[in-house]
Design a protein around this ligand. Structure first.
Ligand code: 475
Length: 818
């Protein structure tokens, strides 16, 4: 226990909160009320550390990271905060004395789902690591009124339900109206002469007030509390008679609507660019507010804004916050009066960019007419950045029009945000070694050739505090006992110490028993939420992640269909009972992804209700996959499905969470799988499929025809025919026609089976057979699982953050004493 946690005081605080919030005594409090009361009591503990931390940062004049991100997929805060103030056992005890179960209270909290998937969750893990390592940092984002939608499954189909996460308020947030900042949209730019220089002023614009809400980010056991600052939009002045009289009635209404709309909802697209105007408004809204605030704060204690970069660094989480490059230029040029060259020097020493995907449909390319209409001054600045950059290319590669066309920021009527991000940043990083290599040699090769010094790799990581200590208390306690220390909680490399136990039969038994208990916990969850009985003695084979074609959930379910055919032919087939578990949200407008969810559920319906296969096969689609149930799912997994088409998954982070919890990877050599296998040894994973080189080669040169496979492989053909003969949809045999067509018919890019599902299918099925064979040897499996846990040290986000600090951010650690 950390010094200073006073159980009696805490108890009083909870009772006081119940009284003041709900006019009740503690024994009348409903679970939700008790949750609120406990959360406020915890906030009370945190708040002093929060104040102390910020004072210490100011005192040391510490360099600060601004992690700019449209998404922070935080999940629940209560349990995590209690863990990080190191008061878990005490709080649990006090609550028990008061008649409450901490787990039940935790379940009252809605997930803060201000993100889609990997990119947003990575931002959340990074904040946890930054605070734990004691680095001064802000997360900067948007306070969406509705986060990621809640997923309901009705008749096998996904239904999107609005996520009213703020319905009962958010106990941990603090509104900071003193930092409200105006953000301007539209209008036109007027040039005026003032103080002997040309000045640009935006006129005829609409504006909103950005009002920040701060959330505490608690470091583990170190008194450090950083800030996640998310911005809300308010009308600048609610419309009044005065503007009515002036004939500005229309404008007043429009401004009010603008403010209402901007923060309304998170766009639910993962790895996909939709080009919506409101999305660009969201981007500029939170970036302008964050940049203005950062400059203002710096100027409060520093006389010379030309040295801004010495104390501030902006990390751009993908291209979504890239207007920061132009906005910082605008502030430095127009508000601070710096000359272009100086402003550019400051900007390019402040900004750094992380690329999270090479999927071409995810690349942000804003139409110039939209962009310049919404952000007229910003567009002017982008034009000048582009003009100067083109000049530079001309100088380095005289007459090479190809390079100009390939590298331009403004091209073909579009603003290419990735190019702006690269040109405006001093660092460009990928998120796993393979991904960074592909950026350097393929997608961004012209930029790499021109400015190789900017490029670097930062392999992703995850926080072991949430995904082991909180999510898997049984395994966490076991690891701590075996190591004789909790040091792994802040130094995951130490978990290597359990490697010595991998061959120890007692340890193996204990490990498998813990896994079994976690499988019972998940089985209970599935029974409660899906009404399906699953056997915790079966292999839990899990694929949880956003639904996307490149992630190939389709290949997984086609393989289930393939297995089911074998079982139907031979009910006595010798196989270890298997439970295939899926969890995935599909973007609301992604038709094929939604149809894949329907297919999974249709297969589940048939398979789960067929007594003839003697319970050897079960299929479960877990509704509303999100951070809070993910913690339970990872803990219970035996097999981790990481089966993306090689070269498509930039890194993956779920793969690391499974590994940390002792699941064996069944995967392709893609993203961070490559490094996972390197750490644990290929013999303790199941690797299959084409390499990224092979995939890229087919994409460039053609030569893949899925029809040949269809014609020559009767088992595959049988599975595919079942998509169109009503086998899983008797009432509508054509239901899955689109999926069938996607595998066999050429699309608009003249390719069929874009993600090489049929090409990799046999190799996948073979790997699945090896899983079955391997699981029969429980000693071997336990050993391999323990080795996975033991070798997961590299994949802590603490390691990732330390690399960002060493190579990019150059922050100093701050110590906070109370
Ligand atoms: C990668 N999201 C994972 C993870 O680095 C990787 C894109 C556009 C609009 C909205 N969201 C997105 C992503 O691109 C995304 O989540 N990318 C993911 O980033 C963290 O581990 O491989 O797909």
């Amino acid at each position: 226990m950390k010094m200073g946690f006073d159980k009696e005081e805490f108890k009083k605080s909870v009772e006081y909160n119940v009284k003041n919030l709900f006019r009740k005594t503690i024994d009348d409090a409903k679970p939700n009320e008790a949750f609120q009361a406990v959360a406020y009591a915890i906030k009370d503990v945190i708040i002093d550390e929060w104040i102390a931390t910020q004072k210490q940062y100011a005192k040391e004049d510490a360099k600060t990271l601004y992690y700019m991100s449209m998404e922070f997929l935080m999940g629940r805060a209560l349990g995590n905060n209690i863990i990080n103030i190191m008061a878990w056992d005490e709080v649990k005890e006090v609550l028990e004395e008061m008649g409450f179960d901490l787990n039940v209270l935790e379940d009252q909290e809605p997930d803060a789902a201000l993100g889609n998937g990997g990119l947003g969750r990575l931002a959340a893990c990074f904040l946890d690591s930054l605070a734990t390592l004691g680095y001064p940092a802000y997360g900067c984002g948007i306070r969406y009124r509705y986060g990621m939608f809640k997923q309901k499954i009705e008749d096998g189909y996904q239904i999107e339900v609005p996520d009213e996460w703020l319905k009962d308020g958010n106990p941990f947030e603090v509104r900071r109206s003193e930092y409200a900042t105006e953000v301007k949209f539209g209008g036109y730019v007027k040039t005026v002469w003032e103080d002997g220089r040309e000045k640009f002023v935006q006129e005829g614009y609409q504006s909103v007030m950005a009002v920040p809400y701060d959330l505490p980010i608690v470091g583990y056991g170190n008194n450090v509390v950083n800030t996640l600052r998310i911005w809300d939009a308010q009308p600048i002045n609610t419309f009044n008679l005065e503007s009515f009289d002036k004939g500005d009635y229309q404008k007043a209404v429009e401004q009010e609507n603008l403010a209402k709309n901007i923060c309304e909802v998170l766009y639910p697209n993962d790895n996909h660019y939709a080009g919506k105007e409101l999305r660009l408004k969201q981007q500029y809204f939170f970036i302008s507010a964050s940049v203005q605030r950062a400059v203002k704060k710096y100027k409060e204690t520093h006389p010379d804004v030309r040295k801004f970069y010495e104390k501030n660094v902006f990390q751009l989480n993908d291209t979504h916050p890239t207007v920061a490059v132009a906005e910082l230029m605008r502030v430095l040029l127009d508000e601070e009066g710096l000359p272009w060259d100086v402003a550019w020097d400051v900007t390019t020493k402040t900004c750094a960019y992380t690329n999270h995907t090479i999927m071409s449909e995810a690349l942000e390319k804003w139409p110039i007419d939209l962009f310049s209409r919404l952000l007229p001054r910003i567009y002017q600045i982008v034009e000048e950045i582009n003009r100067r950059f083109m000049e530079q290319i001309q100088q380095m590669y005289p007459g090479d029009d190809h390079k100009m066309a390939r590298m331009a920021i403004l091209y073909d009527g579009q603003v290419r945000m990735a190019h702006l991000a690269i040109v405006g940043s001093f660092s460009v990083n990928g998120v796993a070694r393979l991904h960074t290599e592909i950026l350097k040699t393929q997608e961004l090769k012209h930029f790499y050739q021109m400015m190789p010094q900017k490029f670097n790799n930062k392999t992703n990581g995850i926080t072991q505090r949430r995904f082991l200590l909180h999510g898997n208390p049984l395994l966490a306690a076991w690891v701590t006992e075996k190591l004789g220390s909790k040091a792994w909680v802040t130094d995951l490399k130490q978990i290597k110490g359990i490697e010595a136990l991998a061959e120890d039969e007692t340890a193996q038994k204990e490990f498998m028993e813990i896994k079994f208990q976690n499988k019972i916990r998940l089985a209970k969850y599935i029974k409660e939420h899906n009404g399906i009985d699953v056997d915790p003695r079966s292999i839990f084979d899990v694929q949880v992640k956003r639904l996307h074609e490149y992630k190939r959930q389709l290949m997984n379910i086609l393989h289930v269909m393939f297995l089911y055919n074998q079982l139907r032919d031979n009910p006595n087939m010798d196989m270890v009972p298997r439970t295939f578990i899926f969890g995935a949200k599909a973007a609301a407008g992604y038709r094929r992804a939604k149809l894949t969810i329907k297919l999974i559920n249709a297969v589940a319906d048939v398979v789960n209700n067929d007594a003839s296969i003697q319970g050897k096969l079960k299929v479960v689609f877990i509704e509303d996959y999100r951070v809070s149930n993910a913690e339970i799912i990872f803990a219970a997994a035996d097999v981790s499905e990481q089966i993306s088409t090689a070269s498509k998954e930039a890194s993956g982070t779920g793969n690391m969470k499974f590994m940390l919890n002792g699941a064996l990877t069944l995967g392709t050599m893609d993203g961070a799988n490559v490094e996972i296998v390197e750490e644990v040894g290929a013999e303790h994973a199941f690797i299959f499929g084409m390499s990224s080189d092979e995939v890229i080669n087919y994409e460039k040169n053609g030569g893949y025809d899925p029809m040949t496979i269809f014609n020559n492989d009767a088992d595959i053909r049988r599975v595919l025919m079942q998509l169109i003969n009503g086998y899983y949809s008797p009432q509508n045999p054509e239901l899955f026609r689109e999926i069938y067509d996607s595998l066999l018919n050429r699309n608009s890019s003249d390719r069929a089976d874009t993600y090489f599902i049929l090409k990799d299918f046999r190799s996948y099925a073979d790997a699945q057979k090896q899983v079955d064979a391997a699981y029969r040897n429980q000693n071997w499996w336990a050993k391999a699982a323990i080795l996975n846990v033991a070798n997961s040290g590299k994949f802590s986000s603490d390691r990732t953050i330390q690399e960002y600090v060493d190579d990019i951010w150059h922050l100093d650690k701050v110590e906070v004493k109370l």
